[in-house]
Design a protein around this ligand. Structure first.
Ligand code: SF4
Length: 97
C-alpha cells in the first residue's frame, strides 16, 4: 500500500444520495473486503475498511459511488454521513438479500 492512510483521514469511496431507496447491492458482490454495509435508507462504505480499490464504482446502476475526492459539491455532506453512521445508535449491518 503506497498511500499513507490515517484513521478517518484516508481517501475512501463514498455512497451518496442516489442510493437512497435503491440499495441495488451490486457493489456488495464485488467488494473484496466486504466493507459495504446496509443502513435503513441506503448502503454505506466503512471508511476505515475500504481499500480504495474502485471495484464497486462502475457496478452501481445509479452512479451513487464516488471516490471521496470526486464527490459532487452538493453531496459533500455524504462524506461525513458515511463515516458518522457507523458511530450512530443504529449502525449499518451486513447487507440483506
Ligand atoms: Fe469495497 Fe473497493 Fe468499493 Fe472500497 S472501493 S467499497 S474496498 S469495492
Amino acid at each position: 500500500q503506497s498511500r499513507e492512510r490515517q484513521r478517518g483521514q484516508g481517501m475512501t469511496y463514498v455512497i451518496i444520495e442516489a442510493c437512497i431507496g435503491v440499495k441495488d447491492r451490486a457493489c456488495v458482490d464485488v467488494c473484496p473486503v466486504d466493507c459495504i454495509y446496509e443502513g435503513e435508507d441506503m448502503l454505506y462504505i466503512h471508511p476505515d475498511e475500504c481499500i480504495d480499490c474502485g471495484a464497486c464504482e462502475p457496478e452501481c446502476p445509479v452512479t451513487a459511488i464516488f471516490p471521496e475526492e470526486d464527490v459532487p459539491a452538493d453531496m459533500q455532506s455524504y462524506i461525513a454521513k458515511n463515516r458518522d453512521v457507523f458511530n450512530s445508535d443504529t449502525p449499518p449491518g451486513p447487507p440483506k438479500r
